[in-house]
Unconditional design. Structure first.
Length: 519
């Protein structure tokens, strides 16, 4: 077994079909499945000649481009372990990731190599190579290392914003299962072209004969991309589908430029509010809009097309029911447990576990199990907080709260760590934020507890009027909000710019409270 076998199969079936289309120096660059196979095999041979072998951790520190995927596939091909992290998280994060992964090699852009000047951990890596796929000699053999299903293939890291980063270990077997689930769930059709923003979906495309068009944009900050070049790509390549974060797609929709070629738009990686669905429908009226809920540890968990969300469902969101994200995909087992986030869950027998699971309509922790659910983190760090076993089967605690309705559909109500418990009872943040988002002038909202008060922080689309403030208060009256505070921007997660950073928001409100405008 080796995850690269899915590329080998596609290269044999359609060697001349496009696999990756990216932008290099302002010009589109196309790579076929046959070329990608040859490039990754050449690169793997070169890495082996430099002393790398099965099990060796190799950091890939370069932009998401054709070259990145060549190197990623080369590392997979030889049975080594690809290590990927976000250098924009800061030098301390880089140092910690290197300490955890103990890399034997670095393959990076010239900017990554400049990082050596400031980062001792990078300097200590034995082998350092530039990311360059253009000048390698041809080879005659396309070897693929035979590995077990539980052999590590990919390490990625959590942000570490609340402590030491955790390394998510994806094995070859896990990646293959994830590919199978995504291929079915996304209905990947060979020969089609997809605008792809995340590596896991590029791998799914490669294994399904789908061409991945990499956006001409800086994906480190999706909320501030220039939509023009991306829209040009969609039109030039007549793209039929895309998988992207809410922030990325919101930038495209705000341009107002029509995108008639899109037939399917998958949006996930953060809360998907009804306002975004309406904006996307306006620019891509022929597209089926599909909400995808998932996480690093399990992608996807649930899905639902916009057309299957009724007016009654939207009304429920306005009334504080949360966000509907659809029925769980058939490959995953999903349950709702009483919210004990922050406490370690013991091993359970199936009878006790089932008795603990909450019935339809009751909110609690969302837990999942299945073949494409991450079984653990490197060295077990983080397992105690997020994993537990039921009759020996690993279950993952997503850290999100929600409930299943009487039709078996999942509704999200917010992060477990951001839930508010006070004299009024329990308030789940996403229920308020989703309701507030339905007010015309609200760009984004978030609720936190500050000095014992429920404070709703609002980022307005334009300067709010007294009518705007009154409408907002009326919309969320059921939430017993004590104060409404206007902020220029709400702090968001680094990766997708879609999830509120509640810890940072509390800090910002505490620091700026006296100078903020209260409604």
């Amino acid at each position: 077994m080796n995850i690269v076998t899915i590329l080998e199969q596609q290269a044999a079936l359609r060697p001349d079909s496009l696999a990756i289309i990216d932008v290099q120096h302002g010009h589109s660059r196309t790579t076929s499945f046959g070329q990608l196979r040859q490039m990754s095999a050449r690169r793997a041979t070169m890495l082996a000649e430099r002393g790398l072998g099965p099990g060796d951790p190799v950091i890939l520190l370069q932009p998401l481009s054709r070259d990145f995927y060549v190197d990623l596939l080369a590392v997979f091909r030889m049975g080594a372990v690809a290590v990927v992290f976000d250098p924009s998280a800061g030098l301390e994060h880089v140092e910690r990731c290197c300490e955890i992964a103990k890399p034997k090699a670095l393959i990076g852009s010239w900017k990554a190599h400049v990082l050596r000047l400031a980062c001792p951990s990078i300097r200590r890596i034995p082998l350092k190579l530039l990311a360059n796929t253009d000048a390698w000699a041809d080879i005659a053999e396309y070897f693929v290392a035979e590995v077990d299903a539980d052999t590590a293939a990919l390490l990625t890291f959590t942000s570490g914003s609340t402590g030491r980063p955790k390394a998510a270990v994806r094995t070859h077997g896990f990646l293959l299962e994830q590919h199978r689930v995504l291929s079915r769930a996304l209905t990947l059709v060979p020969g089609t072209r997809d605008l792809t923003t995340l590596p896991v979906f590029v791998l799914a495309n490669l294994g399904s004969g789908v061409a991945s068009v990499l956006p001409d944009a800086d994906l480190r900050s999706p909320r501030s991309i220039d939509p023009g070049p991306v829209i040009d790509q969609i039109r030039r390549w007549n793209l039929e589908s895309t998988v992207a974060s809410p922030a990325f797609l919101d930038r495209l929709s705000q341009s107002g430029s029509p995108l008639p070629s899109l037939k399917r738009v998958f949006v996930g990686g953060g809360p998907v509010f009804p306002t975004l669905l309406n904006r996307l429908h306006a620019v891509a009226p022929m597209a089926e809009l599909i909400i995808v809920y998932g996480s690093t540890e399990c992608e996807p968990i649930s899905m639902i097309p916009r057309d299957e969300i009724s007016s009654e469902d939207f009304a429920s969101t306005e009334a504080g029911a949360g966000l509907l994200v659809g029925p769980p995909v058939r490959e995953v087992s999903l349950r709702i447990l009483p919210d004990r986030w922050g406490q370690t869950l013991p091993r359970m027998e199936i009878s006790f576990f089932e008795s603990e699971c909450l019935p339809a309509g009751q909110a609690g922790e969302i837990v999942v199990s299945g073949p494409h659910v991450l079984q653990g983190y490197l060295h077990g760090e983080g397992d105690a907080a997020t994993k537990f076993k039921v009759d020996g089967v690993v279950w993952h605690r997503t850290g999100d709260c929600g409930y299943l309705d009487h039709r078996g559909r999942l509704w999200l109500v917010g992060s477990a760590s951001a839930s508010i418990r006070d004299a009024h009872g329990t308030l789940y943040p996403l229920t308020v934020e989703a309701a507030a988002s339905r007010c015309a002038n609200v760009e984004r909202a978030a609720v936190v507890s500050l000095s014992g008060k429920r404070v709703l922080a609002v980022e307005w689309a334009s300067k709010p009027s007294s009518a705007d403030c009154s409408a907002l208060r009326e919309r969320v009256a059921w939430a017993a909000i004590d104060e409404v505070c206007s902020l220029p921007h709400l702090p968001l997660d680094r990766r997708h710019n879609a999830k509120v950073d509640y810890q940072r928001l509390v800090e910002v409100l505490s620091q700026a409270r006296t100078g903020s405008t209260y409604a």
